[in-house]
Design a protein around this ligand. Structure first.
Ligand code: KG4
Ligand code: ZN
Length: 321
């Protein structure tokens, strides 16, 4: 219970550090990399360089604002993957070097399990077993979580992740990176029935989103031939229809899994869990199916070190190293 853990997250384009002490999270320092905006997507080499620039001050700030000394640390948790290799290497090497210097244990944390661990940051916490729809820029998974935080992936995307599909479709409409939050914003002002898009059928609880992106691109190209201002003239309706399409696709499999397994404790996690349309629709589904629904606070949806700290603490308590 009393351990003090430093957590480091550097899997993509956020350098983040946090301190968890006596079971409480003391902070969540995040350096976001805006450099990728001009390229319309994360450039791995630039991401690694930004992590190199930020990691020292981000960790120093986490330690300082927690009012502790480095020597108070009992362990260091870090994201071991999945993620961009160069970015992961920065966090991993830094964590290893510091753990070696302080002679304390290292805890390698799986990034996707950490997104789910967000639900153990504060009450109310889900009871086992529960299902989590983990939707981020790199992954889309339906995960079953059982006693002791044991996780089984029931289904996942076979190609693009949901966040990636949001971002790629946003780019086709000329919106800045990351496009997911922009689509979310314009969708709130549009008619979700205005345009229809094709659905991809996958086996079991698996997903595919890349076909929709291609269909969306072809649709836009066709309409732009007739009217060059088509996108700007219909931006709200396009965003609302596309977002609604994604939401229906992603939740259909979640409902199926919940009914098949007779599980009524349902959670969402990952960057796309910040999507207001998805949060609202899940709330409606929870009423229909009588779910206990767990939606993370906005600040815990996208990548952050608090989730690494909580997942790290679960491992630390399981196997004191
Ligand atoms: O979990 P995350 O921060 O990073 C990964 O682990 O990938 O997720 C980032 C993804 C991006 O694709 C971003 O566009 C998406 O989450 N995202 C959203 C929203 N906020 C972030 N997608 C849709 N609506 C949002 N409000
Ligand atoms: Zn993530």
């Amino acid at each position: 219970m009393g351990a003090t853990i430093l957590a480091i997250e550097s899997s993509c384009d956020e350098t983040s550090a946090a301190i968890l002490s006596n079971g409480k999270l003391l902070n969540n320092i995040i350096a976001t990399q805006s450099i990728h905006e001009i390229y319309g997507g994360v450039v791995p080499e630039l991401a690694s360089r930004e992590h190199q620039k930020n990691i020292v001050w981000v960790v120093e700030e986490a330690v300082k604002s927690a009012n502790i000394e480095l020597t108070d640390l009992d362990a260091i948790a870090f994201t071991k993957g999945p993620g961009l290799l160069g970015s992961l290497l920065v966090g991993t090497s830094f964590a290893k070097g510091l753990a070696l210097a302080l002679d304390i244990p290292l805890i390698g944390v799986d990034h996707m399990r950490a997104h789910i661990a967000t639900h153990f940051i504060e009450d109310p916490m889900p009871k086992y077993p529960f299902l989590c729809l983990t939707v981020s820029g790199g992954h889309t998974q339906i995960v079953k979580i059982e006693e002791g935080f044991s996780t089984t992936i029931l289904g996942q995307t076979m190609d693009d992740a949901l966040g990636e599909a949001f971002d790629k479709c946003a780019k086709l409409m000329g919106l800045p990176y990351p496009g997911g939050p922009h689509i979310d914003k314009y969708a709130a002002l549009g008619d979700k029935e205005a345009f229809q898009f094709p659905k991809t059928m996958m086996e079991g609880y698996n997903y595919s989103f890349s076909g929709i992106k291609t269909a969306f691109m072809n649709f836009l190209n066709k309409e732009k031939m007739k009217n060059p201002d088509f996108v700007m003239g219909n931006l709200n309706d396009l965003c609302a229809s596309l977002q609604n399409h994604f939401i229906l696709m992603v939740t259909e499999k979640l409902v199926k899994a919940a009914l098949d397994l007779d599980i009524k404790s349902i959670a969402i996690a990952g960057g796309v869990a910040a999507n207001k349309g998805l949060r609202n629709y899940l709330t409606e589904l929870a009423e229909i199916y009588n779910w206990d629904l767990f939606i993370p606070e906005f600040q815990y949806c996208t990548d952050n070190a608090d989730m690494i700290a909580v997942a790290g603490k679960i491992l630390y308590d399981k196997k004191p190293i």
